[in-house]
Design a protein around this ligand. Structure first.
Ligand code: FAD
Ligand code: NDP
Length: 526
């Protein structure tokens, strides 16, 4: 069993405040082999892998409460305020819709519309999160990783100050430092936003049901939250400033938004929030502006409505300043504020690394942070030379109609290979299970699949697969393996594969209509 020890002393600061200070020593003496700042997806994976390879490791994790005062335990964004609570709420919404669908399948469901008990959903979600927080602590202990619930700041290239909640500072020395500090929501600079709006850092622990909600922002977070809130039965509106899901295939993005509108979300396109005011009854009066001033509204494209909750999902950014990066000359990108890294995840300072969302140019996804953390530890302590491959990373947007994809969007493929070299195989299909309930009829025609290919000799090479439909993440995961085949994935490999009937995934291997043929891509029957 590894042991650490702490030498403590008191310090009077310039302001006359007495601070308890200390120096934490690793079991083998002065320095840790590795100190990880940030106990989220990437940091924990990196720390545990390094410890498993015999390194002396410490992890610092500290959550600065959100503007609205929300805070949480060990595990970072994914576990506490990201993937996990989001997926559980998305699933809760799908279940509610499933209960309604079940009538068509012979179930006797009395209520016209089953009612959600928010407090019960919340306690289920939060209960699960607490178990994950606890699990992470146990795993660190089992692997002899020192855990400090403290905010880390670089003092020099091998020294970190760790400030805990009581204001006590401990110095920790490390041969290698990994920054895995993630990002936090950005709040738009408009009157009332900081005071009255919530972010995804607050949504999953709201004591009161959100009620009538306005969601601002149309990327992953905005669309997913607006989707499950609608599905849970809340009157939900969405403000889209420009295009939805910037960077994603826009054919798919447009269909997602159309489906959300059919599903019940009120969508305001080309709209920017202007101000948020709290009324005497506690509700929020929101004014927004249409980018086309001829659009009507109160006056020249100005609109107004009253909501119980306003959720801003307008992007995320790192808190690089708090990390003391300047003091040690770790460079950050001027625009994103994120840490600049090379292909080995090393920053501009040797022995200081950065992984996950805090690193510039990396996809902000949990499995990416985890894999990068593990590979880094193997390179540092396991004689590996294996770098992270950031190509063909699959992802899913958990909107009511899910969207999974891997590889390039049509826009990126055209940009990279030229439109004359691109062929697309596509199909609109009807998921069997949704053809039965009459309530689903208006949503059926949004289900779409396409493969984006580069023309190569007699075959086409697949560079992107896009799937809109039930369980999109489960479908795309397998195709993502195929996309990594040496030499790439020929379209003939997909079309020569036998489908599993009756599934929605089989519609991918059944694709045969090309966009260039101009044929109607609607497919029905077997
Ligand atoms: P984080 O998990 O954010 O961890 C960083 C940790 O460092 C935090 O605990 C933070 O408090 C701590 N920290 C920061 N500064 C300091 C400091 N100075 N000292 C000590 N500790 C510090 N990804 C998916 O793959 N699938 C999804 O479905 C998905 N859904 C999401 C839904 C939402 C609403 C959000 C917001 C994100 C979602 N993501 C999803 C993204 C995913 O959560 C992140 O990509 C992932 O958590 C990044 O991991 P990380 O280790 O880089 O950072
Ligand atoms: P993004 O930066 O991807 O999107 C921000 C959105 O907010 C855009 O639609 C943007 O519009 C809009 N916006 C920005 N500023 C304003 C403003 N002032 N007024 C109105 N609209 C504004 O951030 P997200 O928070 O959605 O996602 C962050 C990351 O988290 C993602 O990149 C993703 O990797 C990860 N994530 C992954 C999930 C998953 O795997 N399922 C789920 C959730 C998050 P515009 O396009 O006009 O700039």
């Amino acid at each position: 069993m590894s042991r650490t020890w702490l030498h403590r002393w008191q310090l009077k600061t310039a302001a006359g405040v007495t601070r308890i200070c200390g120096r934490l020593f690793s079991a083998n003496g002065d320095r840790y082999d590795l100190v990880v700042i940030g106990g989220g997806s990437g940091g924990l994976a990196c720390a545990k892998e390094a410890a498993g390879l015999g390194a002396q490791v410490a992890v610092l994790d500290y959550v600065v409460p959100s503007v609205q005062g929300s805070s949480w335990g060990l595990g970072g964004t994914c576990v506490n305020v990201g993937c996990i609570p989001k997926k559980l709420m998305h699933h809760a919404a799908l279940l509610g819709e499933g209960i309604r669908d079940s009538r068509s399948y012979g179930w006797k469901v009395e209520e016209e519309r089953p009612e959600l008990v928010w407090s019960q959903l919340l306690s289920t979600v939060q209960g699960h999160i607490k178990s994950l927080n606890w699990g992470h602590r146990v795993q660190l202990k089992d692997k002899n990783v020192t855990y400090l619930n403290a905010k880390g700041k670089l003092l020099d290239r091998h020294t970190i100050s760790a400030l805990n909640m009581k204001g006590e500072v401990t110095e920790v020395k490390a041969s290698n430092i990994v920054l895995a500090t993630g990002t936090r929501p950005k709040i738009p600079d408009i009157p009332g936003a900081a005071e009255h709006c919530i972010t995804s850092d607050d949504l999953f622990m709201l004591r009161k049901p959100p009620g009538k909600t306005l969601v601002v922002g149309a990327s992953y977070v905005g669309l997913e939250c607006a989707g499950f809130l609608t599905g849970l039965g809340f009157d939900t509106s969405l403000l889209i400033r420009s295009i939805p899901l910037r960077g994603f295939d826009q054919d798919m993005a447009r269909l997602i938004v159309r489906n959300m509108e059919r599903h019940g979300t009120v969508v305001h396109h080309n709209s920017i929030p202007v101000k948020v005011e709290r009324l005497d009854d506690g509700r929020l009066d929101v004014v927004w502006q249409h980018t086309n001033q001829n659009e009507g509204g109160l006056e020249r494209g100005v609109f107004q409505d009253v909501f119980d909750t306003v959720l801003v999902a307008t992007g995320r950014g790192p808190d690089s300043k708090a990390l003391g990066l300047d003091a040690v000359s770790v460079e950050t990108d001027v625009e994103s504020g994120k840490v600049i890294v090379d292909e080995r995840d090393e920053t501009t300072v040797p022995h200081i690394f950065c992984i996950g969302d805090a690193a510039d140019g990396r996809p902000e996804l949990t499995p990416v942070a985890i894999k990068a953390g593990k590979l880094l530890s193997r390179r540092l302590f396991g004689n590996s030379t294996h770098n992270m491959d950031y190509n063909n990373i699959p992802t899913t947007v958990f909107t009511p109609m899910e969207y999974g994809c891997v590889g390039l969007s049509t826009e990126k493929a055209i940009n990279q290979f030229g439109s004359e070299n691109i062929e697309t195989y596509h199909a609109f299909y009807h998921p069997l299970e949704l053809t039965i309930p009459p309530e689903r009829e208006n949503q059926l025609e949004d289900h779409y699949i396409k493969t984006v290919c580069v023309r190569e000799g007699n075959d086409d090479r697949v560079v992107g697969i896009h799937f809109l439909g039930p369980n999109a993440g489960e479908v795309i995961q397998g195709f993502a393996v195929a996309m990594r085949a040496p030499g790439g994935l020929p379209m003939s490999q997909i079309t020569s594969t036998i489908g599993i009937h009756p599934t929605n995934a089989e519609e991918v291997v059944k694709l045969y209509i090309t966009k260039s043929s101009g044929r109607d891509p609607v497919v029905t029957g077997c």
